[in-house]
Design a protein around this ligand. Structure first.
Ligand code: SAM
Length: 412
């Protein structure tokens, strides 16, 4: 169906990328910085490769085409396609599915600025989004597990003759990506590198057994955290999978020692950036005097789903409310008394302090006067000054070789 031998040639720039202004893509509401762009050379290579293999630019107005872009950071895959389809009156449906809410918001904002409809999927389930797709473009996610989840859903629901293209910066691509694709597709071929990026193509879906059971969520055997046995669940993009993050381990051991068994707690406690839900399930299990609810929140779809699943596994589902939200944007000002946070310090593959600062600012907004932000961070990041400045007086509660735990009091 597709001639993957074409990948043996250099891929030149095609019409879709030539006519699109990639510099117009903003990362907002994600933090913006000079070293962070809204697109990279991989986006252009993916689009140009898709055009060569499936002759996108030779489509005519009658051809109905369902194209899906996955992990499309800021719309650099979907929006050039949309613009091309609009200018040429093509009957294409382009849909984006992204784990991160802030990235989906960035794509909708960018679409709006370009006068295009938002391509962000209304459906919540990945399989519904890829259902019937004939071309799927994927910016290789950071983890293999996330890629596996995307490819598995594609194998389960996309069109029988789907073409899947996975692209990435060469230094991050490994042969394991080909292995995952090879589990679900008969033909897998890597293209030539261009501007330090490469694309791997897969076609020929392998039939899956009728009783095929999805590999997700992954559930772990009980792990012990401060003497509490904890079961954890993880989806493909959940931070840490089903592991207890070492910083979180130190954080919760410190909170256990500091609060003791008789501590009093407010009616709700926010688990900001909840990941796999370790903190949200641990709290009700560890502190019998806490009778309120954990408000777990994360911008990652797979974090929210994992937190819910983790709470079910630990029989505390009635105590944990998990919400997908960007930096608590839906929480009212001065509404909470206690926020727990293990902030991320990576954006994709780049170390970026701005995301932690964004969560500190959000905490300062959401905390009541004298409310508390408890935080764990890699000591070398030295956030104490930022916490003092953004939230209020910050005290170091504990420190080990790697991590520091602080308490910040919201300045009135
Ligand atoms: C270092 S992980 C901590 C996860 C979990 N609390 C734990 O302790 O294992 C940070 C989490 O922050 C989330 N995050 C990143 N940006 C966010 C944002 N803008 N709003 C909410 N959560 C965010 C990430 O998805 C990730 O799950």
């Amino acid at each position: 169906m597709y001639n993957l031998d074409l990948l043996g040639q250099d891929v030149s720039q095609g019409e879709i990328t030539r006519d699109f202004d990639f510099s117009a893509l903003s990362r907002w509401p994600e933090p913006e910085a000079d070293n962070l762009q809204g697109s990279d050379a991989t986006d252009e290579l993916l689009l140009d490769t898709a055009d060569i293999l499936s002759a996108l630019t030779r489509s005519n107005g009658q051809d109905e085409l369902r194209i899906v872009t996955l992990n499309d950071g800021f719309g650099a895959l979907s929006l050039p396609l949309q613009q091309f389809a609009r200018v040429n009156s093509l009957n294409w449906t382009i849909t984006v599915w992204n784990d991160s809410l802030s990235r989906e918001q960035a794509i909708s904002n960018n679409a709006n600025h370009l006068g295009l409809p938002s391509p962000v999927a209304a459906q919540l389930k990945l399989q519904e989004v890829v259902s019937g797709a004939v071309v799927i473009l994927i910016q290789a996610p950071r983890s293999l597990s996330e890629l596996r989840q995307l490819i598995e859903a594609t194998a389960l629901a996309a069109s029988a003759d789907v073409l899947v293209l996975v692209g990435g910066r060469q230094k991050y691509l490994t042969l394991s990506i080909n292995d995952v694709l090879g589990e679900y597709f008969n033909e897998v071929r890597a293209g030539r590198a261009r501007s330090k990026s490469r694309v791997i193509a897969a076609t020929g879906k392998r039939p899956l057994p009728e009783n095929y059971v999805s590999a997700f969520p992954v559930r772990s055997e009980p792990k012990t955290l401060a003497a509490i046995p904890l079961k954890l669940a993880g989806y493909g993009a959940t931070f840490g999978g089903t592991n207890i993050d070492p910083g979180t381990r130190f954080f919760l051991e410190t909170l256990k020692l500091t609060f003791g068994d008789s501590a009093e707690f407010p009616d709700s406690i926010v688990d900001l950036g909840c990941g796999n839900g370790t903190i949200s399930s641990f709290f009700p299990l560890q502190f019998p005097k806490f009778s309120g609810r954990m408000l777990a929140t994360d911008s990652s779809r797979d974090a929210v789903a994992a937190t819910q699943e983790t709470a079910i596994l630990n029989n505390v589902a009635d105590r944990v409310v998990a919400v997908r939200d960007d930096a608590m944007s839906t929480f009212p000002d001065k509404s909470e008394e206690l926020i727990l946070l293990n902030p991320p310090f990576h954006v994709g593959n780049t170390v970026d302090p701005n995301i932690a600062l964004k969560l500190f600012k959000a905490s300062a907004r959401v905390l009541k006067n004298n409310g508390e932000l408890w935080c764990v961070w890699n000591s070398h990041l030295n956030y104490k000054h930022d916490l003092n400045r953004i939230v209020g007086p910050t005290t170091e509660i504990a420190r080990n070789r790697k991590f520091t735990v602080t308490r910040s009091l919201k300045r009135a």
